[in-house]
Every structure is written in structure tokens, then in C-alpha cells.
Design a binder for this molecule. Sequence first.
Ligand code: MTE
Length: 299
Amino acid sequence: MAYRWKNDLTPADVTPKAAFLNRRQMIAGTAGLGAIAVAGKVSAQDALEPNTLEEITTYNNFYEFGTGKTDPAQNASAMVIDPWKVTVDGLVDKPGEYSLADLAEGLTTEERIYRFRCVEAWSMVVPWQGFELADLLTKVGVQSGAKYVAFETVVQPENMPGVRRGVIDFPYLEGLRLDEAMHPLTIMATGLYGEPLPKSTGAPIRLVVPWKYGFKSIKSVVKISLVAEEPKTTWNDINASEYGFYSNVNPTVDHPRWSQSSERRIGGGLFSSRQDTLMFNGYDEVASLYDGMDLSKDF
Ligand code: MTE
């Protein structure tokens, strides 16, 4: 753990804040998509102050490496991420096995500071770098029959103690409806704090969907498939009555075993506390995606 002074602020807390303020000024000047990254209802306690790199990389869920929060940081260094290929297949014009460079070629990589809310009722603020999934999907050409996007995580039993123990079924699977995947808030993250994504957080490339519970944000992606039917997804498959396919952050729909009305912000320095959970994690601009849907049934 980093040393903490009496007032609980470290240089790491201060540096990202200054950087964040600069970025916010930049974003304010650009309008359009940049503004989306900082939009949303922000409670008084939540000024989108990023968590420290150490907090973000040492308190994780990545069951391939074990079920404990510190297991990924301890075990993920064994994961081989170079070379890395992402298979793009299904209802797509340009299927193939893409290297990371080929995948990102021609796409704009930018910083997105997002709230991240786990279904277990803890949260962080994370300064990701990545590109919009919509840009990638447009580049590879989505065919008319495609209604969903399915994702798959790498499986390396020799390097993954959680896989060897079979703590859940692997590969870890996730999915989005096509319009969710095409929303400008949805990114494929490749970096954190300006550096390549650390292994415990899903190197070298992961999905980030900031208005959904964190388990939707699948790590270390090796396959992206455009499909016609709702795909099988890991936690929904384990227990559909506790983990819905949609799983939008919603403070009014409790998990069957705990309340979702508030969350524990990890770290947070001076602001460390419980805080109210916001509908769609504060990203209200996605609400129209769910017009006509009964959100009280969405865990
Ligand atoms: N992706 C894979 N492959 N395996 C996992 O166990 N855990 C999910 C999600 N993506 C998980 C995963 C859960 S439950 C959460 S809360 C987030 O990753 C955690 O992301 P973080 O550790 O970067 O905060």
C-alpha cells in the first residue's frame, strides 16, 4: 500500500486531479462526444476524482486468477498478452483475426474518466484510454441481421489459477444489444492513466460500459461476434434471477441479497464514504435505449 499522510492525500491523489482539471477544460472546449464523457448527474461527493492507479489495479474482480480481490494483482502477471489476437466474426463484412494494432488502426483513442459501479455495491472512478466500440464495429461492417454483440475472454489454464480450479465456467462471456454496443459511451479500453492496461484490469483490451454493473465490462477480450440472438453471458448463466442480461445500474432495483441504493467508494481520500447510487450510474443519456422496457425487472 502507498504511504498515506494524516490527511489521507497522496501525491497520486493530487496529480490526477490536476490532470483531470486540465482535461476537463479541454473537453469543455470541444463539445460533442467529449462532453458525453463527463456528462451525467454528479452528486456533491462525486467530482469524478479518479481513484489512484494502485487502488484501480489491486482491488479487482478477475475470476480467472481467483475470487479474492487481491488475487488478480498477485497472479495476473503470468498472463501472456503479446502476441494478442482478437477474432471478429459472425454477421460482419470484414471478419478476421486482428492484432491490437490492426484493431485500433484508423480509430481515435481518447481518455474517458468514468464512474465504475460493481454489482457488489462498491465503486471507483477510472481514467481509461480507449476507442469507441461503435467505431470498431463500423470499421468491420455490421451486417443487417446482427442484433447483439458477444464477447469472450482469453483462457490460459497454465497461467490462470482460477481457470485450473474451475471457480466458474470459462471462457468468461458477455454481451450487449447492438444499440448498446453502438452507444458513444461504450468503449474498448486499452490503457489506464496513460499507460497500457495493467493485467489485473484486463490487459491488453477490455470492454467498458459505464452505465451497467461492472461484470458486463469483460476483460482481456479475444473474440467479438456479431450475432442475431441474445448471447449466453457468464453471470446471467450462473444465476439469471440475480444477474440480468441488461444489468443497468439501478438504485431502485435491489439485488435479491443486498440493496443497490448506495455504494462504497473504494479509496477516495478525503471523500471516502458511502454514496447514493445513481440511475444508469449517472449516465442518463442512455435512458432512451430502454424506452418501453420494464426496468423494475432488470437486476
Ligand atoms: N472479466 C473477466 N474475464 N473475468 C472476470 O471475473 N469480472 C467482472 C468484470 N470483468 C470479470 C471480468 C466484474 S464482476 C467486475 S466488477 C469488473 O470486471 C471488475 O473490473 P476491475 O477489476 O477492473 O475493477
